[in-house]
Design a protein around this ligand. Structure first.
Ligand SMILES: *Cc1c(COP(=O)(O)O)cnc(C)c1O
Length: 372
């Protein structure tokens, strides 16, 4: 991954600084509206990261001590950690080995009377089948972790449209603000509460008090909130990035199509693809090694690194990290297979066709059994 930043972003930052308004203000409000519109939701509430967006999302759904939240272990660890921030218990569900996402079946297998929320992650930008997952959940709300999914689609609409969805603008995602996040929803009351909670539970935002120049407005603190605000400096970058996003997604999809063409000639690997019900933004272009490929994934990474190719291990499995040692969970065979046998190939806007040909050649050679 390489952040897709240019002079326009630098200029937008300079403008924000010159304006004197650097904390949450008019640019954040503009970015919220633009991002919500882009992703098909009525409201966007900008926050400091996707991790804090997930925390707030669970919080407004009433998650607290004694509750369980179903979450894939096969995700960045923030998905599970946000559950712990609420004093609740993450319950790991397995994922589909083809999509890397929760399914109705893997969720149903771990639901209990204590399940308060199900967190569906659109892993690596590949949409989860949230309609099927919702059908399996009955009245239990689904919070979408769309950290990676800006520009991905589900049933011909943007991923997360109308749902309660959390987004990330970390530089590893397609759209970056340095650090930053957003929570989107169609529910106006929920959005109002989220806005308050990200700003210490204040009844009137600092920006609104400023806008009411000439009138003295005294704020109240209606409940115990947090400081999860985004800055106007970040939002200035986000506004530029959002305009570039469609072209960026299109380019990534073209690069991914080229990888698919080249990889078709390499036996023993399966590359991530669009599911039947949507399109991925290919934020992570991962390939899974078949069980009968006679090499270890880490040895493949070493071979690639020796040729100057910066690939990465597959997406992590939270239950295998020390932070979750001893945490009870059901068997997670697909999660373990994916995390141990997949790798993420380079995919960024500066990748050339010659790069892709060489990467696939080196990968193909690395899959041959070692000759001593
Ligand atoms: C990156 C990521 C997060 C965390 O996002 P931050 O903005 O860095 O807090 C959460 N969930 C998933 C699936 C991610 O990929």
């Amino acid at each position: 991954m390489r952040p897709f930043l240019g002079e326009e972003e630098a200029e937008a930052v300079a403008e924000a600084v010159r304006s004197g308004w650097v904390a949450q203000g008019p640019r954040v409000a503009e970015f919220e509206q633009a991002f919500a519109a882009h992703t098909g939701s009525a409201h966007g509430v900008a926050v400091s990261s996707c991790t804090t967006a997930l925390h707030l999302g669970l919080y407004v759904l009433g998650v607290g001590p004694g509750d369980e939240v179903v979450v894939p272990s096969f995700s960045f660890i923030a998905s599970a950690n946000a559950v712990r921030y609420c004093g609740a218990t993450p319950v790991f569900a397995d994922v589909d080995v083809v999509t890397g996402n929760l399914t109705a079946e893997t969720v149903a297998a771990v639901l209990s009377t204590r399940t308060k929320v199900v967190m569906a992650v659109h892993q690596g930008g590949l949409p989860a089948d949230v309609d099927a997952i919702r059908a399996a959940c009955g009245d239990i709300p689904v919070l979408e972790d769309a950290a990676c999914a800006a520009g991905a689609t589900y049933r011909d609409r943007p991923v997360g449209a109308g749902a309660l969805a959390a987004w990330s603008f970390h530089p590893r995602k397609l759209l970056t603000t340095g650090e930053g996040g957003m929570i989107t929803t169609d529910d106006a009351d929920l959005a109002a509460r989220l806005r308050r909670l990200r700003e210490h539970g204040m009844s009137v935002s600092a920006a609104d008090r400023h806008a009411a120049a000439g009138k003295a407005i005294v704020e109240q603190y209606l409940e115990t909130g947090f400081n999860y605000r985004m800055t106007d400096i970040q939002a200035a970058i986000g506004l530029v990035q959002l305009r570039k996003l469609p072209a960026l997604v299109e380019q990534r999809r073209a690069l991914a199509a080229r990888y698919h063409e080249l990889l078709a000639k390499v036996p023993g690997v399966r590359a991530v693809r669009d599911p039947a019900y949507g399109t991925t933004n290919f934020q992570a272009f991962w390939v899974l090694l078949d069980d009968d490929v006679p090499v270890e994934r880490n040895d493949v990474l070493t071979r690639l690194a020796a040729e100057g190719i910066s690939a990465r291990r597959g997406i992590m499995a939270s239950h295998l990290e020390p932070a979750y040692a001893g945490h009870p969970h059901v068997a997670l065979p697909s999660t373990e297979r994916l995390t141990n046998r997949s790798l993420i190939l380079p995919l960024h806007h500066e990748l050339t066709d010659a790069d892709q040909v060489r990467i696939v050649d080196v990968l193909a050679a690395a899959l041959e059994p070692a000759t001593v």
